[in-house]
Design a protein around this ligand. Sequence first.
Ligand SMILES: NC(=O)c1ccc[n+]([C@@H]2O[C@H](COP(=O)([O-])OP(=O)(O)OC[C@H]3O[C@@H](n4cnc5c(N)ncnc54)[C@H](OP(=O)(O)O)[C@@H]3O)[C@@H](O)[C@H]2O)c1
Length: 323
Amino acid sequence: MIYSYCGNSGIQLPKLSLGLWHNFGSVDDFSVATQMVVRAFDKGICHFDLANNYGPEPGSAESNFGRILKNDLASHRDEMFISSKAGHDMWPGVYGDGSSRKNIIASCDQSLKRMGLDYVDVFYSHRYDGVTPVEETMEALIQLVRQGKALYVGISKYPPHLQQKCYDILREAHVPCLLSQYRCSMIDPTAQRENFQIAADNGSGIICFSPLAQGLLTGKYDNGIPEGSRAYRSTGFLQTSQVTPERVEAVKQLAVIAKERGQSMAQMALAWVLNDKRVTSLIIGTSSVVQLDDNLKTLENLDFSAEELKRIDAIVNDPTIWF
Ligand SMILES: NC(=O)c1ccc[n+]([C@@H]2O[C@H](COP(=O)([O-])OP(=O)(O)OC[C@H]3O[C@@H](n4cnc5c(N)ncnc54)[C@H](OP(=O)(O)O)[C@@H]3O)[C@@H](O)[C@H]2O)c1
């Protein structure tokens, strides 16, 4: 594993982190979930990314992760960096959604209980909810650190015009923002344009989610929607309507470049995001140990020639095909 320092902090994170959004819930096979977490940890992936609502059922990914920790990794807590988040719809009533102090504080308490932890390493505001003043949300995060329930804090998906305000409030309270989490992949590099630089200028680490565009950038949809895949499953966030023939064709063209590089399509897609040196880590999702092992091999070839990048750009920069 390759590790790098997270912004201006003393924390190192693995270049690949494991996310538990899909495949770790109560609808999933617990033994496969266990194998993936244990394998990841054995391979140096010491950062696990969760959120209160991951499942389905919402909350069940944290409960399952807590069971895995207790059963298999109990003595390794200090070797692990565990995150959770609050801000998306989680429980009934007006306090179960959004980024109010009420939601953040109650959510963190619930997450700690589900995972059987005394503290999380980083707690994020999962999103700006469009209404709650960022002062209120950031003060809630600061409170969690003061209470010892979180060691560090982070923000996720905050728009550029609010990022700076978050960093300023947190810095002033001596709780600097450890991580800024944004979606980023070859086909969706939007965050690279503004968010990354604002984060980097403020000494925040940058961690990217959905680097494989939820599986689209693996070639797995080359011949239709395979049974059991994220687009196939009713609980999957990737919709079949997003797997268009034009996108599948474009991924086939990208796969030619991956093959020349001696990589799988997934490996090249992950390496492409890591080629942005501002990025601390990628959060990958997997549904099997085979996928995890495939993705780990990414780290064997992270370099791109200018010619390769140009060819990739020519394929992914078509707004009529991508998002
Ligand atoms: N902050 C936020 O709002 C936010 C939002 C989304 C995600 N996240 C975080 O980011 C994490 C990763 O997101 P993601 O799951 O969308 O990431 P992703 O890496 O883009 O997609 C993961 C999916 O791609 C497929 N896959 C992975 N490796 C493969 C391989 N080698 N070969 C073939 N297929 C492969 C699997 O889908 P199949 O199931 O089809 O096998 C897997 O579940 C989440 O778990 C979560 O922790 C955060």
